[in-house]
Design a protein around this ligand. Structure first.
Ligand SMILES: [Zn+2]
Length: 384
């Protein structure tokens, strides 16, 4: 009789709840059988594209944490019917399981010598032995996914960049550094560093490509949070990354106007701006980072329409879409379909667009439509 591999589980009993809000990085509120309950969130990432109100979240109970106000811990969120694991502290238990069963392409036959390996001031996840070779392995959990593309990181990670450089230095004298990106999305085909969010990490990723093993691996959690044994190594489109991962492209500036008022905007006169959130789309085909810094600061000579609006509003966020081609008008076109109102003629004197300023009453960061737009331009546009 052929013995079936028992399915792998990280957790015992799970509770299914509905996401409501995330008041701070490590806490969420959700609806559990009609009751609002707080849950600890063991994931420091931004997760803005995943934690959208109404999504199903999976909770477990963890007792014995004296300082915690809640016994619940959020471990996963459902995206298009597939759970995405959020409990980053448990990723290594799963990687150990995959390593022992030779389910990680490129690391077949490797055995674990030690976990939690200290190397200088950095801690790495595993020291492995494969034949006579030592492999230092760092594991990263990747939850930022589009349809076919996965990206890492979802927030700037200096630690992650340092890890790549240290692994490259380890790859000398017969040793090897390796990084494993666990992609919690079974439909992914491609993996890229998230150059929109962290250009330094992406540059390090390109620099170390010939020195270390880079293994992006997609896995699939089933609806009951058991792991399917199939894994898939994703492709890395190196040429595309080299072309796109530069300090150029477009940006979305999100500003909040707390009280409606007239604001004088150059040749547009004094249009009335309703209270709400304003999204401005612009581009800089060089020095994009500097441009965004300029928008963030208030003390400057007013040069563009956006400078006059910026002076009257609170800065909420600047979202970057890096690309080698100018996309701002295409982005404006898509924004016009999901916004509630616009200020005609704003920021569009050099192009044929009706406007480059769009508005909504709620912060678009928490809107599914807005996150989909961002996902399209940052990820799904690849290969189209
Ligand atoms: Zn335009």
């Amino acid at each position: 009789m052929v013995q079936q591999d028992p399915s792998f589980r990280l957790f015992g009993r799970i509770w299914r709840a509905t996401f409501i809000s995330r008041p701070n990085r490590f806490l969420i509120y959700c609806n559990l059988n009609g009751r609002t309950v707080p849950a600890f969130l063991p994931n420091p990432g931004r997760l803005q594209e995943l934690l959208i109100s109404g999504r199903r979240v999976y909770l477990i109970r963890e007792d014995g944490f004296r300082r915690r106000k809640t016994h619940f811990t959020a471990v996963a969120v459902l995206r298009n019917g597939v759970p995405i694991m959020l409990h980053t502290h448990r990723t290594n238990a799963m990687v150990k399981y995959l390593l022992q069963r030779d389910r990680i392409p490129g690391l077949e036959g490797a055995r674990i010598i030690r976990s939690e390996v200290l190397m200088g001031r950095n801690r790495f996840d595993f020291l492995l032995r494969k034949g006579k070779k030592e492999i230092l392995l760092e594991v990263k959990s990747c939850t930022l996914v589009g349809q076919r593309v996965a990206m890492f990181p979802d927030a700037i990670t200096e630690r992650g960049t340092r890890h790549l450089r240290t692994l490259a230095a380890f790859s000398e004298h017969g040793k090897k550094g390796a990084v494993l990106f666990i992609v919690h999305w079974p439909f992914a085909e491609f993996f890229m560093p998230d150059y929109h969010t962290d250009l330094n990490f992406s540059k390090a990723f390109l620099d170390v490509r010939h020195k270390i093993k880079i293994i992006p691996l997609s896995i699939r959690w089933q609806e009951d949070l058991s792991l399917l044994p199939e894994t898939r190594r994703l492709q890395i489109p190196w040429g595309y990354i080299e072309k796109e991962a530069r300090d150029q492209g477009s940006y979305l500036l999100i500003l909040e106007l707390r009280r409606g008022r007239k604001i004088s905007i150059g040749k547009l006169g004094d249009p009335f701006f309703k209270k709400g959130f304003y999204v401005y789309v612009g581009s800089a085909m060089a020095h994009l980072t500097k441009r965004i810094e300029r928008h963030r600061h208030l003390r400057k000579r007013h040069h563009w329409h956006i400078d006059q609006l910026r002076a009257q509003t609170d800065f909420i966020s600047a979202l970057v879409i890096r690309s080698s081609t100018r996309l701002e008008c295409e982005i404006a076109e898509r924004l016009s379909k999901i916004c509630e109102w616009t200020i005609p003629g704003f920021g569009s004197s050099d192009c044929a667009c009706p406007t480059h300023l769009f508005a909504m009453s709620e912060n678009p960061i928490h809107s599914e439509n807005f996150q989909n737009l961002l996902q399209y331009f940052r990820m799904d546009r690849f290969g189209q």
